[in-house]
Write a protein of this length. Sequence first.
Length: 521
Amino acid sequence: MQTTLPSYYRIDKGTTSTSVVASQKRLRPSGMPQDIEPPAAIIHAAPAGLARNEQAALDKCPVEVVELIGSFLESDQDVKNFRATCRHVHHNIEGHNGSFWRDRFLESFDQPHTPMSNVEYKRLYQARKRLFTNGATFRFGHSSQEMVCLEMLRDMAIESYTQYNCGAAIPSKASKNITFLKRFAQSHAILDAIFNPRHKSTPGSRRDNFPRPTEPLLQVIQVMFAPCLLSVEFGDDAYRYPETQQAAFSVTPWLCGAYNLNVDMELVLRQINYWRYHIIRKAEYSLFEAFKDLEEKERPRFWQMQLEKGQKDRIGKRWKGAYAFCDDPEDVLHIRRIGDGLVDAFFNGEESNPEEFQDIQLQLQPEGESTWPTDFEKVLHSLKQPQAKVVTRSQKASIPADERDRWVSQSFRFAGDGVDAKGPVFYDGWLNPLPSQEGVPGWQRMTMMKYQILDDESSIDLESLYAYEGIVLPGGQILVGRWWSTYSEYGKDMYSGPFIMWCVDDEDDGIAEAAKAQEET
């Protein structure tokens, strides 16, 4: 049934404390000629209440009209003021099982994972709006307010894209939660807290003077914001670069914990911070110009689908990337020994500023198509299951059965090709699933070998092997890690450096991949 209005309501901002603000959009009564402008009725909620004729006009408004007017109000304060105009409006905003608040929630956020009542929608909507308004003073994640924010940001990341069925073709920029996360990062200093030298951690207890470690959930959320850190829209501060460079060229393992399944988040953050320093900071004259010349669709981006525990057998096809190296292997050792020493690094096989990032093509390797080379496995340990650490001298920990099974069943192989400074190169590697980190699913370990082909024999040039290992961030759009020369013994003296890759598949690739996933379900 079509609803008609005797007039269009424009509720203007006034000077009184209870003035009501309405949207600038106009409601045209049905049947009114298009060339006739409907009369405007300015409604104010004065402290003494509405004038009798104004209240009578609102009292006659059908429920649908009241909710429609409320839906046009972008500001929550405007909704609050509109609700206070009269009892009839208040009842229609808050009544009818709270359907108004459910609709308002879904206009701002992605649908939650679990079914919710309309009252719960209202509470969660208001809590998230308070989160955006108040935020927290982010330092090390130790305060209760920081934890409240971090837990809600984590929930929003996990619930992004939930309105789409698994495998459905998702239009670009479709997640309202990710839009909210970006706005939050711009409005609050959660990224500025990364290795900020002005922040001093307090001792962990009265018995020692060691600073408390950063809350792991804070580091996880900061890693999830990697596309923001690799964007010129979020400033160019990259704190503690000497320590960052030392970590980037270190040989610290990527996985830790009792079962070697926990990601070293500080190491991942250091890697991202290293590339932020060279990509975003124009004054460094390293990768800024090359990054600036990229189109928007060629830059790092957030995940493009629901985050899942154990990514399915999929991998992006088109990638951009870069790797850093020192021309003299002794410089690498110098960086590791001297934390505050700055050493010039080169990128992508060039001994001068590169003109562009590397382009890499990857694709899944069909099972059984070719044998995984033994020489590759000896270096990369791609198929070796995580080894549990010794708990006591007399007892050994065992890897959880479900994680062991997932490692076997959800590891998959990929292959690819690209062009390096010395010509065409090829890639062969594996992706291994990792458990959720601080409640966030979708992490993976990546290992691969880069090699060249001998022209005269069409076989692998064993003298051109470079190994790669790193961490794929949830959603499979960004990975960071290290490369090393297979001719140097793995360990503290090996010749190595950092690398980064990000997926640049276009929307057609995503639709094709979604269609394939839909066929498999």
